[in-house]
Design a protein around this ligand. Structure first.
Ligand code: UDP
Length: 327
């Protein structure tokens, strides 16, 4: 019997690659798409020998076509770290807006259900804590994060419009900080930053006084939440993340304990518009999807540390790569 196909954009990225694994495991034919501007083929090279995996090197900000039927589309293509937004702001805006538009058009054409990756960044530097889905956010449109936040807010609006106007089956997941194997070592995100520093014997850089909070979700938990949301009938946005909140200073101390590094914490300037606190309210996901995280931070961090330790040494010194790419 012919397998049903799912298109995953951002397939060579951190989350996209884990989604490819999951959908292969669930028995789908997976079409991975990525322009490799921040993605890395090493995240999916274990899939290339499979008959049920194909890869398209394509920028979804341009017209997207795939032959044949599609059951699902998961739109996960986007730069996703503050360093990326600074280096490639226009591409970030385009993939969230034009890219989403193209994929919604494809979903309409194929009568496919589409799930788009939104983000806790739609809440900006939140004045409501923890963040519930009905909070509208506190975003600076012209700050360094604006290119990501506003593209994602536009993405949600466009997705809803295709649902109401074209009756496309849409799902929106608001993803909170997630970690695990295959994060890019040098993308500036706090976890790979700390683990990379521990491995290189450098001091751990805490931005600001470290009192800002985040809530970290292990990637397998996130993928499970996304899978359930896709299969659910919930059209409104749903937060998926781990509600266990921690300050960044506490997080640095946890990493020092775990890695046994004797490097110290050094303090650096807090980046502009760095949200002071972030914690998902996941009541909706619990109620509608019967989902909540299963991995403790201790378990998840251990697995992630083993992954980073297993990488060839030279990868610790690779520059954050952004393939030469015209905006
Ligand atoms: N951060 C830090 N040191 C680093 C990198 C990040 O203290 O080397 C802080 C950053 O300022 C933010 C938090 O860690 O407050 C999470 O940063 P990340 O870029 O991972 O995610 P986001 O800010 O988008 O949640």
């Amino acid at each position: 019997m012919k397998k049903e196909s799912v298109l995953i954009t951002g397939a060579a990225g951190f989350l996209g690659s884990h989604l490819c694994d999951r959908f292969i495991k669930e028995g789908y034919h997976v079409i991975g798409m990525d322009n490799l501007i921040t993605g890395d083929l090493r995240n999916i090279e274990h899939l290339f020998h499979l008959e049920d995996f194909e890869f398209h090197n394509h920028d979804v900000s341009k017209f997207v076509h795939v032959p044949g039927d599609l059951k699902y589309i998961l739109h996960f293509a986007s730069p996703a770290s503050p360093i990326d937004y600074l280096k490639i702001p226009i591409q970030t805006l385009k993939v969230g807006s034009l890219g989403t538009h193209n994929l919604l058009g494809l979903a309409k054409d194929k009568k496919a259900r589409i799930l788009v990756a939104s983000t806790s960044e739609v809440y900006g530097d939140p004045t409501v804590h923890p963040q519930t889905e009905d909070y509208w956010g506190n975003v600076n449109p012209v700050g360094p994060r604006g290119v990501y936040d506003e593209a994602k807010r536009f993405q949600e609006a466009m997705t809803m419009a295709y649902h109401t106007y074209h009756q496309v089956e849409t799902r929106i997941v608001r993803i909170f900080n997630t970690y695990g194997p295959r994060m890019r070592l040098n993308d500036g995100r706090v976890l790979p930053a700390f683990m990379g520093q521990a491995l290189r014997g450098e001091d751990l850089t805490v931005f600001g006084d470290g009192s800002q909070t985040r809530s970290f979700c292990y990637v397998d938990d996130l993928v499970e939440g996304i899978y359930r949301l896709l299969l659910s009938d919930c059209v409104d946005p749903v937060n998926v993340g781990n509600p266990k909140e921690i300050t960044i200073k506490e997080f640095a101390d946890e990493i020092i304990n775990l890695t046994g590094t004797d490097q110290k914490v050094v303090y650096k300037a807090l980046p502009t518009d760095d949200p002071k606190q972030r914690q998902p309210n996941i009541d909706k996901a619990k109620e509608i999807l019967g989902w909540e995280p299963q991995y403790s931070r201790e378990e998840g961090l251990k697995i992630t540390w083993e992954y980073f330790k297993s990488l060839p040494k030279e990868r610790l010194y690779e520059e954050a790569h952004h393939r030469d790419f015209k905006a």
